[in-house]
Write a protein that binds this ligand. Structure first.
Ligand SMILES: O=c1[nH]c(=O)c2[nH]c(=O)[nH]c2[nH]1
Length: 302
């Protein structure tokens, strides 16, 4: 090949953000699963890119249809649905070597009527979005699970001091501040959960641990808090190999009420929306092999 020839590099394609709602209605008390799913295939699609030869192109429309057809049998945990799709496409078409399947799960609560949860009416809650990402390359499968927009705030139990001061430093030291963030977390399964409840139970337990750790750690920095959150997850789940966290420091500034002849003993704040500190960390097990390919397509993580 002559130097300077132009060739196709890495590529993937599929249907992005398929909106899927499944109602389990075998019993009077319906259950709702609300997902946004992206399916992308990797493999030998060179002829399509270079010559417009579509003979190996599993249409994005087909990928979308497969998702809805699979949902007819039940969805289960988002990770399970993605693993099914990965298996189907990777084993069903010889030139498809793998791909990337991602889901966001949108949560609904039951409407309460006279104090009782309703059977078939739901209300969108302000809860976090659950996320899942399966990537497959031949027999190698990476499963990430996570959440985003888990918004938390503690009104005390947070300090920030001892940082270096130079001519540009104006931030006062504080031994009592609001700590607020929107947690984005991903964790990578080295072993898939096979106990009761599987992925769903692990998700719920990890979420609880993240929240409890945020609440209970007396924070000297958001960095310290997020490391503790990741560590709590690794300590509790041997099958989880690493946790990555990305957390904005949603600053709350004490308002100066002196011009109005008032004091402000940590009660009235301006909640700024930007700029915000952005604190990100990977919490991992010492000596465990890194898996950079598992993270290559996760936006916003180092
Ligand atoms: O928890 C914090 N970490 C920082 O790195 C930082 N920097 C800053 O200005 N405020 C804070 N708070």
């Amino acid at each position: 090949m002559a130097a300077g020839d132009v060739v196709l590099g890495e590529n993937q394609y599929g249907k992005a953000e398929c909106r899927l709602v499944r109602i389990d209605r075998e019993v009077a008390r319906h259950r709702i699963t609300d997902l946004t799913v992206t399916s992308q295939l990797r493999g030998d699609f060179e002829a399509c890119h270079t010559d417009g030869d579509n003979s190996q192109v599993v249409a994005t429309d087909t990928q979308k249809n497969t998702l809805y057809a699979f949902a007819r049998d039940g969805v289960g945990a988002p990770e399970e649905l993605l693993l099914r799709l990965a298996e189907h496409f990777t084993t069903g078409f010889p030139w498809v070597v793998g791909g990337r399947w991602e889901a966001q799960q949108h949560s609904w609560d039951r409407v309460e009527v006279d104090g009782a949860p309703h059977d078939h009416s739901f209300v969108r809650t302000g809860r976090e979005t659950r996320t899942a990402l399966v990537q497959r390359d031949g027999d190698e499968v990476f499963v990430l699970a996570g959440l985003r927009d888990l918004t938390v705030l503690k009104s005390t139990g947070s300090e920030f001091h001892g940082f270096p001061r130079d001519r540009y430093t104006t931030l006062p030291e504080t031994d009592d501040r609001i700590l607020a963030t929107d947690v984005t977390a991903w964790w990578r399964y080295a072993e898939l959960p096979d106990g009761p409840g599987g992925f769903d139970a692990t998700y719920a337990a990890v979420r609880d641990l993240l929240l409890a750790t945020f609440a209970e750690v007396h924070s000297l920095a958001l960095q310290q808090t997020i490391f503790a959150m990741g560590k709590a997850v690794l300590d509790a789940f041997p099958g989880i190999a690493e946790v990555r966290l990305s957390c904005p420091n949603n600053h709350h500034f004490l308002v100066d009420l002196e011009p109005f002849g008032l004091d402000n003993p940590g009660e009235v704040f301006f909640a700024a929306d930007r700029p915000y500190g952005l604190i990100q960390a990977t919490v991992q097990r010492e000596g465990e092999a890194r898996k950079p390919r598992a993270w290559a397509t996760v936006a916003g993580f180092a």
